[in-house]
Design a binder for this molecule. Structure first.
Ligand code: SF4
Ligand code: SF4
Length: 467
């Protein structure tokens, strides 16, 4: 009647999180071919509809209908005309009220047709995987060698004191045996102003990795000005393979000037061209070229220029973000895109980038890819002054503070304050949302925790306005 096919069950892996086999379930026609899933379904209550969860996809090809799940990596093929008709009716009606026919029983067993409660249970299991990751953002300094008017940071030339760094390193050492995944993200201010701190800390984590065998990844958000080939090779050897660097189009020099007042674009481009010349097999890095855009900026010729430089190098990705009022005084003088039309503006840029064949930096289909680091239960931002916060945008907001690095006592965390940032239930629209696995309704907790928004709006959309 309908044939199943299994696909391999790859580890769902993203830059920072190594999903393991805990959510793996064998797919197949249970009585005949494969072991039955060990999952206990919650019994249906009331009049809940059974729906195709947002992480499923379906399409027709060569007379068959294929239905698959990004969560379980299973896929079924429906071939019989009456079964196909029943499936189309389910899709057209947005689900079905009960599990009673052979098709609905099969799809339910395969977790391709679930009610809201069952989807919540499946997603809760995925969310638990976030507990496996120690996700640290370290700001070794709040000083910066640029003066961008949209920057929300105040650029106090505060760099981390030695004893604060020592306590953070001790904390990582203590925690290292507990986590299958450790990610260290370097942020600022401009982190490359503190190269020694970065190299020393990552070397420590690499030593710990030898001992405890966790999966270690590291990234850096940098303006790229000091990222020449020599420095880059040192950072790369220290495990930093993932970079975000901002190039703000033809107007870059005006909007991202050096602290001395001079332009910065050519130096960054020269650096990037040198990095592109590094052997791709030896240096399989991932560089996201971010562009911040002002209101109605539809100049796409910048992407043609980038394509000429990096278009054939699969290590480069693009990201476009409308400038928002992220805080600070100087941003008020800029012409910002209106909130309602931000998404359309980004989509227009993305469409052009896709058209010329450059890669887009955010992969919606990758699990966890839109979960903010602030939503990780063990995600912490270490600031140079010893504050431990969650979100890098709401710096200094009291709700953002979840601990301190005490020079004598070490890392002290406020568990209750921290919990506010990771506990989120799905909204009703999440169940069928195609971004469900990448977002988990954890794309931006700032809206809720800091801004006090209690309802409505999709944090993923709103995040476009923030990041
Ligand atoms: S919060 Fe929005 S993007 Fe995220 S899963 Fe829910 S509906 Fe989708
Ligand atoms: S503003 Fe939202 S998405 Fe950005 S760091 Fe803060 S919580 Fe995360």
């Amino acid at each position: 009647m309908y044939v199943e096919e299994t696909v391999s069950l790859p580890l769902m892996e993203i830059a920072t999180v190594n999903f393991n086999s805990k959510i793996k379930r064998v797919s197949g026609f249970p009585e005949i071919l494969f072991a039955k899933s060990d999952k206990k379904f919650i019994q249906r209550k009331g009049n809940t509809m059974y729906i195709l969860p947002g992480y499923t996809t379906h399409y027709e090809e060569n007379g068959a209908i294929y239905v698959s799940s990004k969560l379980l990596q299973n896929k079924v093929m429906l071939t019989e005309p009456d079964i196909q008709e029943e499936f189309r009716t389910i899709v057209k009606s947005g689900g079905c009220p009960e599990i009673s026919t052979p098709l609905t029983k099969f799809l339910h067993e395969q977790e391709l047709l679930l009610n809201n409660e069952e989807i919540r249970t499946a997603v809760a299991e995925v969310k638990n995987l976030l507990n496996n990751t120690l996700m640290l953002t370290i700001m070794p300094t709040e000083g910066c060698n640029f003066r961008c008017p949209y920057c929300y940071e105040v650029h106090r030339a505060v760099s981390m004191f030695r004893d604060t760094l020592d306590r953070i390193q001790e904390y990582i050492t203590e925690q290292a045996s507990r986590f299958p995944n450790i990610h260290i993200s370097w942020f600022g201010g401009e982190p490359t102003l503190c190269k020694d701190v970065i190299l020393e800390t990552n070397a420590l984590v690499q030593e710990l990795q030898e001992k405890h065998q966790f999966h270690f990844t590291s990234s850096m958000t940098t303006n790229g000005y000091l990222l020449d080939a020599k420095n880059f090779q040192e950072y790369y050897a220290a495990g930093i393979t993932d970079y975000q660097i901002t190039l703000d189009g033809w107007g870059h020099d005006k909007i991202r000037p050096h602290v001395s007042g001079g332009g910065t674009l050519q130096t960054i481009l020269d650096n990037l061209v040198l990095l592109a010349s590094l052997d791709a097999e030896r240096y399989p890095f991932h560089i996201t070229l971010r562009r911040n855009i002002l209101a109605n900026d539809m100049d796409f010729t910048w992407y043609d220029h980038l394509y000429d430089l990096f278009g054939n190098d699969k290590r480069f990705f693009m990201l476009v973000v409308p400038v928002g009022d992220w805080g600070g005084k100087t941003v008020k003088a800029l012409d910002l895109q209106k909130k309602e039309s931000k998404k359309e503006l980004i989509l227009a840029h993305k469409a052009y980038i896709d058209k010329i064949g450059m890669q887009w930096g955010k992969q919606d289909e990758v699990p966890f890819s839109n979960v903010c680091y602030a939503s990780y239960p063990y995600g912490f931002v270490f600031r140079p002054n010893g504050k431990i916060e969650k979100c890098t945008v709401a710096l200094d907001h009291p709700k953002n503070l979840v601990g301190t690095v005490d020079p004598d006592k070490g890392v002290i965390l406020d568990e209750e304050a921290n919990r506010l940032w990771s506990g989120s239930d799905l909204k009703s629209e999440c169940s069928t949302c195609p971004s469900l696995l990448s977002c988990l309704n954890l794309a931006c907790r700032k809206q809720l925790v800091v801004d006090g928004r209690t309802e409505g709006g999709c944090p993923y959309d709103a995040r476009l306005a923030i990041k």
